[in-house]
Design a protein. Structure first.
Length: 260
């Protein structure tokens, strides 16, 4: 039998390692929604008696026998300061499938996507997932490296949206943008010095699929990302000073590209 190439062996090893990864979700909202999500692989549920009472319906739906814990000795490896509210659930990361399939969109109207260029703060990404769900975005997409992975902190900030809003992490964001453009997407990069005001430009794109690209706070969009965008757009401020953080900018931008 021919020996497998090294790159094939490395790819298979990485796939097995990813399948073995687990994370702890915590907090009543995050745990409840994960228990109610049939697509989520659940491994271990630890709750206090009080939390078990509050989550009774979700625990019954999830079909996982809970471990009742003493609130003073909560036996879960969470970061200090994590507000678990007496509930934690060990799970495997969700698999949302291929970029090409998700980008087709499932609702009425032209699909909208949010792409994040190295946004690494899980609280920002969690907030963006909430906004993406509210405004009906087909997915939030980020590079596999230098971006926030699924974590308990991200899930808690997302307040359940992580279970319903596709969050794909792709090998290369630039290549993903190229793929989307080939699919017919117009790609808008958020930039304070953008030539067009986002609302004005969005009004001309109501029938076209649109991908919004937002960069990390401080560095903003990387050079290749900027070059791949069809347009650089700005959010106009009322005064000469002040700026929005990335999660607020995502919400404003999504509103601009989804309103009729």
């Amino acid at each position: 039998m021919a020996k497998k190439p090294t790159w094939v062996i490395d790819k298979e090893r990485a796939k097995r390692a990813a399948a073995a990864e687990t994370l702890w979700l915590f907090g009543l909202h995050a745990v409840r929604d994960a228990l109610m999500n049939p697509a989520r692989e659940r491994l271990r549920l630890v709750v206090t008696r009080n939390a078990a009472d509050k989550l009774a319906e979700a625990i019954a739906a999830g079909g996982l026998e809970p471990e009742i814990a003493d609130p003073r000795k909560f036996p879960v490896p969470l970061d200090p300061g994590s507000v678990h509210q007496g509930a934690a659930l060990e799970v495997r990361p969700l698999d949302w499938g291929r970029l090409e399939d998700v980008a087709l969109g499932a609702g009425r109207g032209a699909p909208r996507l949010v792409l994040l260029d190295r946004v690494s703060d899980p609280h920002n990404v969690g907030a963006i997932l909430r906004s993406a769900e509210v405004f009906g975005a087909a997915a939030v997409i980020a590079p596999a490296r230098h971006s926030a992975p699924e974590t308990g902190a991200l899930a808690k900030t997302a307040s359940g949206a992580l279970e319903r809003q596709p969050y794909l992490r792709v090998p290369n964001l630039g290549n993903a943008i190229v793929t989307l453009k080939e699919m017919g997407y117009t790609v808008l990069g958020l930039d304070g010095e953008g030539a067009a005001e986002i609302g004005t430009l969005a009004a001309t794109l109501t029938e076209r699929p649109v991908a919004l690209v937002l960069g990390a706070e401080g560095p903003g969009l990387r050079e290749r990302t900027r070059d791949l965008c069809d347009h650089l757009v700005r959010i106009d401020a009322a005064g000469a000073f002040g700026s929005l953080n990335v999660s607020n900018a995502a919400a404003v931008s999504l509103y601009a590209v989804t309103r009729p």
